[in-house]
Design a protein around this ligand. Structure first.
Ligand code: XMP
Length: 487
């Protein structure tokens, strides 16, 4: 029987044996490669799903050293706008600062500062910078009807920087220290207000030493595209907007349409392309030969996915990664393990069997940065998380002229569900805990980096009893902490 039907395994079927170790958590380096040319500081990618990744998620992930893939259930213009938001994001320059007109009264300016929770306002006249006013200037001003132009620091006394100087944070800090100021307006050659630098924002941005940036200092971002001619237009627009990597997003990457689209993009543009999804060596080989810069692996492991139930087709994810990685490693092309990750330990398992990074949907969908509002159910907060092959997602896409990654014709056969995931707070909280888990794991394995972990890890198969023992058991959980034990 076994030779007829080989046994394929997934995350819960295996564990990693501990090894002799001299590795301390802070010595662990989890840098990895996303594609042939793009490196990442952490092996985490957010899924190209409409309840997971738009600009907010991509910004936060890139700040932490990972990358977000903007989903494609959007018109081309909408998706381009999300990419632009990430590209224009600067953690230390405010590109659209709150300002007041010189005719504003002191009372109104105080109100504005309170409402926006800021301590200073550039003052403008017809868009031109004419002064600056801080809460310190207004604190002892008793005549609330006075005009701002009477109390502001006027243009002649202002310290500003020119937009074209493209100042560095270090230089900005130096100027602010020298002049004992905390706010530095940015102006163009005509003195129009173009931005604002604050000392507070510079200090905050220094908290992100791992941020993943392109050669001009902007955060790195990816975007999903589909297959076919129209999607080449999408690719072109996304590239113009500065996207760093494209992901050909298909449930069945080992197909004519994905291969043709991949070849055309690689012929036409100079951009790294992640192609998928596949789960076999044949599929991996076909995409590698067509020029893929990374291979995305996963057919049916996703938490919201019904592909395997609907079609009986799929490959348990750990074996899929193991199989496909034999080829990706031979070709020197990174592998992204997409779907099915439920616990931090699953990320470690994926990495040691051959993945270079993991794509997360479920784990990130409950965070503030995922699109959508919190909803309350039985008094507890949740967020909606839905499959891109769910009926709702497909219909929303169709309204925008988007063809789903699951449609082979025009009628809908859903391959995903709409669900709720517990609200989890910020993505920063989740990712920083995931990274701590990786450090701990590598300590057990006795490895300082992913390559070493792969060489040293001894993976074993476990039984259902072993699985039960691995999870919290024989207690009633009173206090939930990360990684949020399942009930
Ligand atoms: P997790 O397990 O992180 O998986 O929630 C996210 C991945 O699941 C895939 N995906 C789907 N698969 N039907 C599917 O068969 C769907 O409707 C669906 N939506 C997303 C996708 O690869 C994603 O990254």
């Amino acid at each position: 029987m076994e030779s007829l039907f080989p046994l394929y395994l997934t995350f819960d079927d295996i564990l990693i044996m501990p090894n002799y170790s001299e590795v301390l958590p802070h010595e662990v380096d989890i840098q990895t490669k996303l594609t042939r040319r793009i490196s990442m500081k952490i092996p985490i990618i957010s899924a190209a799903m409409d309840t997971v990744t738009e600009a907010d998620m991509a910004i936060e992930l890139a700040k932490m050293g990972g990358i977000g893939i903007i989903h494609r259930n959007l018109t081309i213009q909408e998706q381009v706008r999300e990419v632009e938001k990430v590209k224009k994001y600067s953690s230390w320059i405010i590109t659209s600062p709150v300002f007041v007109d010189e005719e504003t009264t002191v009372g109104e300016a105080i109100e504005k500062m309170r409402e926006k929770n800021i301590s200073g306002l550039p003052v403008v006249k017809n868009g031109y910078l004419v002064g600056i006013v801080t809460s310190r200037d207004l604190r002892f001003e008793s005549t609330k009807s006075k005009k701002i132009k009477e109390v502001m620091k006027p243009k002649e006394k202002l310290i500003v920087v020119k937009e074209e100087d493209k100042i560095s944070p270090e230089k900005a800090k130096e100027i602010m220290h020298e002049h004992k100021i905390e706010k530095l307006p940015i102006v163009d050659s005509e003195f129009r207000l173009k931005g604002l630098i604050t000392l507070k924002d510079i200090s905050k941005s220094e908290e992100n030493p791992n941020a993943l940036k392109d050669s001009s200092g902007h955060l790195v971002v990816g975007a999903a595209i589909g297959t076919g001619e129209k999607e080449l237009e999408r690719a072109e627009q996304l590239i113009k907007a500065g996207v760093d990597v494209l992901v050909i997003d298909s449930a069945h990457g080992h197909s004519r349409w994905v291969i043709e689209t991949l070849k055309k993009i690689k012929e036409k543009f100079d951009i790294d392309v992640i192609a998928g999804n596949v789960a076999t060596q044949d599929g991996t080989k076909a995409l590698l030969e067509a020029g893929a810069d990374a291979i995305k692996v996963g057919v049916g492991p996703g938490s919201i996915c019904t592909t395997r139930i609907v079609s009986g087709v799929g490959v348990p994810q750990i074996s899929a990664i193991l199989e496909c990685s034999k080829l990706t490693q031979k070709y020197g092309v990174p592998l992204v393990a997409d779907g099915g990750i439920r616990y931090p330990g699953d990320i470690v398992k994926a990495l040691v069997v051959g993945a270079d990074s993991v794509m997360l949907g479920n784990m990130l969908a409950g965070t503030d940065e995922a699109p959508g509002e919190k909803v309350l159910k039985d008094g507890r907060p949740y967020k909606v998380y839905r499959g891109m092959g769910s009926e709702d997602a497909i219909k929303d896409g169709m309204q925008k002229g988007v063809r789903s990654r699951y449609l082979s014709q025009d009628d809908i056969l859903p391959e995903g569900v709409v669900g709720l995931v517990p609200y989890k707070g910020t993505v920063r909280f989740i990712i920083s805990n995931l990274m701590k888990s990786l450090q701990v794991a590598f300590g057990y394995i006795g490895a300082k980096n992913i390559k070493e972990a792969r060489q040293k890890a001894r993976v074993i198969r476990i039984t259902e009893a072993g699985y039960k023992e691995s999870h919290v058991h024989s207690v009633q959980v009173l206090k939930e902490t990360f990684p949020f034990v399942e009930k």
